[in-house]
Design a protein around this ligand. Structure first.
Ligand code: PLP
Length: 450
């Protein structure tokens, strides 16, 4: 029974990002099966998954080509490593295909099993690059407050989540942060475009404060995901690029969420107008069917590491795991066959934007933001003054509970409700999701007015 599953769950399973005691008290929702964009829990409730699992099931659930690819590869060669001059054909083929879909200056990839491992790899690769070039002082990597780059020591340090830094002595040395390009909270009376320049210049201020000859790289998500789908002003990333170029600093785009079509291009940096030196990816590369991540390495770094770097003493047992690579190949093939990236850019993204613009009229909603197939709805006490609710009210959690009770999975980041639904949604399914959001906003408002 559900109660038995919940009891065993609480007894043995320490869940990520979870208050263990709280979980034992409330019990988890047990998800049993899924198809297309819908989940079913152990009580038989049907739920629209507006978060694509955890920003990853981009092609939706039940995709037979991905299932077949895993089964066939497992039969033929479930595992072999890529250490000591061995390789496997799925890993080689995937590296080739990634070089095709990435911006043309990316012709090399280093495989990992997750986004966190990808960002750890970035830290080592960036520092190695400057070492090889005889500039070992360039150690400092600049990230952003409220950015998320994973849960390993380096990933969590690059990220700027205060709750994570408070546990375990983070950040590790030589990682520092600037504030996020969150216009609604920090923009004051500036236009979005003016604020984009202001926020980018915080990077220049930081570089000058640290000392330009000590700064190795800047890392950011094209659109901050876990931070609350913070879509930066259009002026932000081009100005960041200009500043990185001016000081010769490496630019790293964390594409773990934004990669693989989410923003309407293969990679988010293409949507935002930057040309990074490194891109980390994970999640959508396999639509989350199997763990796989990696780092796309641009020509500037690849050339130095290959020609002058010698052995790079870094790697994982599962770097280039053949079964994971076979699933990624099937996933990318399917994305291409179904023209998913163009559809997000030209059809689905614009429809989501239109439906979210309607939600902006709701009395609870201060602003909405969308980018491709991701969106945010900021709940506020007063639309005119942008005054937030008293945090003790936990309005985001109130809204999330109504989502849960009404067959919708949305995420609450404080009082910001966010979605990143599967990229295979139809226009009618976007309408179904937007209607449900309208309904949960009404229910939340009614509860607050009680
Ligand atoms: N980077 C970003 C932008 C993410 O959103 C995440 C996970 O949500 C990560 C990195 C970490 O990826 P993983 O959980 O696969 O380690």
């Amino acid at each position: 029974t559900t109660a038995e599953w919940q009891a065993a769950d609480a007894r043995h399973f320490l869940h990520p990002f979870t208050d263990f005691k709280d979980l034992a008290k409330k019990g988890s929702r047990i998800i049993k099966k899924a198809e297309n964009i819908y989940l079913w829990d152990s009580e038989g409730h049907k739920i629209l998954d507006a978060m694509s699992g955890l920003w990853c099931v981009n092609m939706g659930y039940g995709q037979q080509p991905l299932i077949d690819a895993a089964a066939q590869q497992m039969k033929e060669l479930p595992f072999y490593n890529a250490f000591f001059q061995t390789s496997t054909t799925p890993a080689i083929e995937l590296a080739e295909v990634l070089a095709e879909v990435a911006p043309p200056h990316f012709q090399h990839v280093f495989f990992t099993s997750s986004g966190s491992e990808g960002n750890d790899t970035v830290v080592r690769m960036v520092r190695r690059y400057w070492d090889v070039l005889g500039q070992p002082n360039r150690q400092v990597i600049i990230g952003r407050i409220n950015g998320y780059h994973g849960s390993t020591m380096a990933g969590a340090s690059l990220g700027g989540m205060s709750g994570m830094h408070a546990q375990g002595g983070l950040p590790i040395p030589d990682i520092t942060h600037i504030d996020q390009p969150h216009w609604y909270e920090l923009g004051g009376s500036q236009s979005r475009d003016e604020f984009g320049i202001t926020a980018a210049r915080w990077l220049e201020d930081k570089i000058l404060a640290v000392g330009p000859d000590r700064v190795a790289a800047f890392i950011g998500e094209p659109v901050q995901g876990a931070g609350g789908v913070i879509v930066p002003p259009a002026t932000y990333w081009p100005e960041i690029q200009r500043i990185c170029d001016k000081y010769g600093i490496l630019l790293v785009s964390d594409e773990v969420i934004c990669g693989f079509g989410r923003t309407g291009n293969w990679f988010g940096c293409e949507t935002m107008g930057s040309k990074p030196d490194l891109m980390t990816f994970a999640k959508g590369v396999t639509s989350g069917y199997i763990p796989l991540g990696g780092v796309m390495v641009g020509e500037r770094i690849a050339k130095v590491l290959i020609e002058q770097g010698g052995e790079f003493n870094h790697g994982f047992t599962y770097s280039g795991h053949p079964t994971a690579c076979a699933v990624a190949l099937a996933n990318i093939r399917l994305m291409r066959e179904q023209d998913v990236v163009r559809k997000v850019r030209e059809e689905l993204g614009p429809h989501l934007a239109q439906r979210f613009a309607e939600l902006a009229k709701h009395p609870l909603v201060g602003e909405v933001q969308t980018c491709g197939m991701m969106g945010a709805v900021q709940l506020v006490k007063d639309k005119a003054t942008r005054k937030a609710f008293d945090s003790a009210l936990e309005v985001g959690m109130v809204c999330r509970t109504h989502c849960f009770n009404n067959g919708l999975i949305m995420r609450a980041v404080g009082d910001r409700m966010i979605v990143a639904p599967p990229l295979v949604m139809t226009v009618a399914q976007i309408d179904e999701m937007a209607d449900l959001i309208q309904k949960v906003l009404d229910l939340t408002l009614a509860e607050l007015n009680q």
